[in-house]
Design a protein around this ligand. Structure first.
Ligand SMILES: *Cc1c(COP(=O)(O)O)cnc(C)c1O
Length: 483
């Protein structure tokens, strides 16, 4: 395959993508005096229209996306995002409005935000929401800050946050960034929190326990009520990582399980395309006791008029400019309203069914460390393939040759050589079968021709990359002089 050159490399002096008629009015260079013209920018690419179109079209085809095929990246909930959400978010009234515009012209936007808050409250069983955080990780930090503010307000600042060993890496880093000492809680043989271990390490120095439910193995924490009781009895808070909400919609609610604070990932569960780095949205829901600490401003509605309330003395302050990633919130609202309560429940039911279909079909072909029934995702490992010298990375890379996105690898950390598969509800049985066929083919290749896996991918635009080198020595700016 030919390497697509950089746009700077296909430049031909004098070429342009368009031509304009001669000016028939006086030229006003002063209007743009602070903006350099193309002629003044060194190395500005000079290409024709077709060259630009072909360059970017070819580049776009080197990427993989959910609109192209199966995307089983576990924990990330890479569902298909209905196009109607995009249509709604692209309406002029949304895209052209400005957060600084007067409140009386922004009433519709505030209604969108308030309605989304209320629906998220119903879905999760929490009492109030902030829509400000831009991602799950920021939501976690905000949740931790709320807990800290509340404990300090009680004159009982604490030091420790307990986190199970199966947790997503952002959990310990959020707690740590918020100034807490992180202590690990072990998982038992069924892959859930060891309640006895928790009871041993809980103390009045524990500010919170961060729990993901279902956890990152896709397993529901059956002892969740016991866990929240143990934590609450010592005056601590329960933070629930709601990234796996796709398994629970319309079936059960974190608020009813005793969670005091949760974050959601609108870009995962509530349908915004993600994976390219954003935009995302990580709303945080709280119970009544944490509400006074929510970020300002809060949206209020009095006699049908929406307004912002900044008069909140205990608030942790603003955590983001304006009111959240507005258009992501619009898409989530469009998604929730278009599915309705029954539709949302069906989302989770099918997500769980699809994951269990894959699990059953691949059981015995790939190693399953935990036999506990799981919900919306399944975590296999490369244990059976290791004896042929094949690792999870080889399996993942080979899937690229078979026109599928690889699953999440090497996470959760408690499964060595993990392959974490989350099909989501949007995949048809036909697509699930294509995937399990591909995985079966790879298992056969591991036995018969392991070299083909170790050198995979063979068909992709680039072969195996040195990811460490790319992370340590990123080339963020092309300089022609580097040639
Ligand atoms: C994705 C994820 C997060 C972090 O969310 P971002 O939106 O990527 O910041 C946290 N916990 C779990 C379990 C996740 O899957």
């Amino acid at each position: 395959m030919i390497r697509e050159p950089l746009i700077f490399e296909i430049t031909d002096p004098g070429k342009k993508a368009f031509s304009m008629p001669e000016l028939d009015v006086p030229e006003r260079k002063d209007l743009l005096k602070d903006i350099p013209s193309r002629e003044e920018i060194k190395d500005f690419p000079q290409v024709s229209e077709i060259e630009i179109v072909r360059h970017f079209t070819r580049l776009s085809k080197t990427n993989y996306c959910i609109d192209e095929g199966f995307y089983p990246l576990g924990s990330c909930t890479m569902k298909y995002n209905p196009k109607v959400n995009e249509k709604v978010a692209a309406l002029d009234g949304f895209t052209s409005s400005h957060p600084y515009a007067a409140l009386d012209v922004n009433q519709g936007n505030l209604e969108v935000l308030k309605t989304t808050e209320k629906l998220l409250q119903q879905i999760t069983g929490m009492d109030a929401f902030t829509l400000q955080p831009s991602a799950g990780a920021q939501g976690e930090l905000v949740g931790m800050m709320l807990i800290r503010a509340c404990l300090e307000d009680r004159g009982d600042p604490r030091k420790i946050v307990l986190i199970p060993d199966s947790a997503h890496g952002t959990n310990p880093s959020s707690a740590h960034t918020c100034g807490y000492q992180v202590q690990e809680v072990k998982s038992n043989e069924s892959g859930t929190i060891d309640v006895d271990d928790l009871a041993k390490v809980i103390s009045e120095d524990v500010a919170a326990v961060m729990i993901t439910n279902p956890n990152t193995l896709g397993i529901f924490e059956n002892d969740i009520n016991k866990i929240t009781e143990i934590v609450h009895a010592k005056g601590g808070f329960v933070y629930m990582d709601g990234a796996n909400m796709n398994a629970l919609l319309g079936i059960c609610r974190p608020g009813d399980m005793g969670a005091d604070v949760i974050h959601l990932n609108l870009h995962k569960t509530f349908s915004t395309p993600h994976g390219g780095g954003g935009p995302g949205s990580g709303p945080v829901g709280v119970k009544k006791n944490l509400e006074p600490f929510l970020p300002v401003p809060l949206i209020e509605q009095n006699e049908g008029i929406y307004s912002f309330n900044y008069e909140r003395p205990k608030s942790i302050g603003r955590v983001r400019a304006f009111y959240g990633n507005f258009l992501v919130i619009v898409k989530a609202l469009a998604y929730i309203l278009s599915l309705g309560a029954e539709g949302l429940k069906e989302v989770s039911e099918i997500a769980v069914l699809n994951a269990n279909y894959i699990r059953k079909k691949l059981e015995g072909i790939y190693h399953l460390k935990y036999s506990t029934p799981a919900l919306h995702e399944c975590v296999f490992s490369d244990k059976f393939q290791k004896k042929y010298g094949v690792q999870n990375l080889d399996i993942a890379k080979r899937l690229i040759d078979l026109d599928m996105h690889p699953p999440t690898m090497s996470f959760p950390l408690i499964v060595h050589g993990a392959l974490m598969i989350e099909p989501t509800e949007t995949e048809s049985k036909r697509d699930l079968d294509l995937f399990t066929d591909a995985m079966q083919q790879i298992a056969e290749e591991a036995r018969e021709d392991p070299e083909i896996l170790k050198l995979a991918p063979h068909k992709s635009y680039v072969r195996r990359l040195d990811e460490t080198f790319a992370a340590r020595n990123p080339i963020l700016r092309w300089q022609l002089t580097q040639e």
